[in-house]
Design a binder for this molecule. Structure first.
Ligand code: HEM
Length: 163
């Protein structure tokens, strides 16, 4: 899997493409590095964007870590189910020849103060990615996931320090 991203000239909007060599759901998530706990808590306190293609039409959703699990390691919930709003917009999505890819845009700072993490000029964000074992959204297996540290503004990135 890999991601590519850019910010608009005004530095108000993120555009991000997530690509996977699989015909499955694919997703990305982030939280400010070390602001809410150790980096190794990958699924904890995360702002997710997930794309599911099983209906034939790509559907993306804005999600948040599920607080019913102490470490977040269970299905992320819809922002709209916890008092937040859907703030992700798909600009393209495809599943062709064993490759799934989607591009979405999102304001760096949304009005959703409940379920979104603002993307601000700061050092690093802890970014996680995953894809499923099938089209339906569910556990990704203990293989199809990853994490690293990213500075959305400068492009600097590297391995997680504690994970
Ligand atoms: C229905 C959805 C999901 C379920 C049920 C789920 C469940 C789990 C579980 C049980 C673990 C611990 C076992 C393991 O390490 O594999 C885990 C770890 C992990 N998950 Fe998820 N997950 C889901 C979605 C996601 C999504 C959407 C992402 C990223 C966008 C993600 C990223 C990760 C990462 C990076 C780890 C490694 C954690 C660590 O090493 O501490 N997961 N997940």
């Amino acid at each position: 899997m890999h991601i590519k991203w850019s910010l608009d000239a005004a530095k108000t909007t993120l555009q991000c493409t997530v690509t996977s060599n699989s015909m499955t759901w694919v997703g990305i998530g982030w939280h400010p590095a070390n602001s809410t706990g150790a980096d190794y808590k990958d699924m904890f306190d995360v702002d997710f964007t997930i794309a599911v293609f099983s209906s034939g039409t790509p559907v993306i959703t804005d999600r948040r870590s599920n607080i019913t699990s102490v470490d977040g390691k269970t299905a992320p919930v819809l922002d709209t189910s916890i008092g937040g709003t859907n703030d992700v917009f798909m600009t393209s999505g495809s599943q062709v020849g064993g490759v799934t890819s989607f591009t979405f845009s999102k304001k760096l700072i949304t009005e959703d103060k409940v379920a979104d993490h603002p993307i601000e000029v700061r050092t690093m964000y802890h970014v996680i990615i995953a894809h499923g074992t099938e089209e339906a959204f569910g556990y990704h297996s203990n293989v199809f996931r990853g994490h690293w540290l990213v500075n959305w503004f400068s492009g600097e990135n590297g391995p997680c320090s504690n994970c």
